[in-house]
Design a protein around this ligand. Structure first.
Ligand SMILES: O=C(O)CCC(=O)C(=O)O
Ligand SMILES: [Fe+2]
Length: 267
């Protein structure tokens, strides 16, 4: 079994996937130093950073803080996994950072698609279609951890497998997730990535760590899918590669109006 086959299997099974040691400690500290330079408000004042409210900047957000943030956009370790989730044509829909300090409380559990989603009563559309052996659905989030998260500290929490659940989240799990054994906080060390589908029931666990949490979230979707009328824009002072530029294209039908991200690689 190839690595990719294993990653595909685990992502589909769990609704998320942890990829360890994607960044070296030097790369992590470069990103952290660039964030330190921004003199951000303390985590208790603002849990999100590097984007407008709601996580959908109309400008570049933290991508404007330097080349290393842009290098993560199409990192070679995440592109094959995004490809099997989203196909050949996908966009960066939004991004933001999360910072937390000791004592910050838990956020509510939620899923943007599936049985527990707020949009569950809408008419089924084309992108709800789920052909055999292929996943063509929804948003995929790539969370780059610049500090350790896990059961001892806090971080992203989720209910593994819940993206396939046919039943709504029980009220007692929603109200007291910290007492539900089905809710886990995956171990994701600094320099590692956790990818998840927004159909997964997930949330932000209370932060117990002595250190600060720092995660960068990049949210991708199929080219014809869109979340809000706002758009992330590429930064003006960083020269992007051809492939990175495609990620900022306007939403459009795959292939016909939106190019493949993998043409050069496949050729
Ligand atoms: O990483 C986290 O704390 C959860 C973030 C979240 O809820 C999301 O990206 O949709
Ligand atoms: Fe979320």
């Amino acid at each position: 079994m190839s690595d990719l086959e294993m990653q595909q299997y685990l992502f589909d099974l769990q609704g998320y996937l942890v990829i360890e040691n994607v960044l070296s400690s030097e790369e992590v500290s470069t990103l952290n130093q660039l964030i330190d330079k921004q003199s951000l408000p303390a985590p208790k004042e603002a849990i999100r950073f590097g984007s407008a409210a709601g996580g959908a900047p109309e400008g570049p957000g933290f991508l404007g803080w330097g080349q290393p943030f842009c290098d993560l956009l199409d990192h070679p370790q995440i592109m094959p996994i995004l490809r099997f989730r989203l196909g050949d044509c996908f966009r960066l829909d939004r991004l933001y950072g999360i910072q937390m300090q000791e004592g910050m409380p838990m956020g509510r559990l939620h899923a943007d698609y599936g049985a527990s989603a707020p949009n569950i009563s809408c008419q089924p559309g084309e992108y709800y279609h789920f052909p055999d052996n292929a996943i063509h659905h929804g948003f995929t989030v790539v969370v780059w951890n610049l500090s350790d998260t896990g059961s001892d500290h806090g971080g992203l929490c989720c209910i593994p497998g819940s993206h396939k659940s046919n039943f709504k989240l029980p009220q007692n799990v929603f109200h007291t997730p910290d007492r539900a054994s089905c809710v886990v906080i995956p171990e994701v060390p600094a320099g590692s990535v956790i990818m998840f589908t927004e159909s997964l029931t997930h949330g932000t666990a209370a932060w117990k760590g002595k250190h600060h949490r720092r995660s960068l979230l990049y949210k991708y979707c199929q080219s014809q899918v869109v979340w809000s009328p706002k758009r992330v824009r590429p930064p003006s002072d960083v020269e992007l590669t051809l492939r990175q530029k495609i990620l900022f294209s306007e939403p459009a039908d795959p292939y016909r109006f939106f190019p493949s991200l993998f043409d050069l690689e496949d050729a």
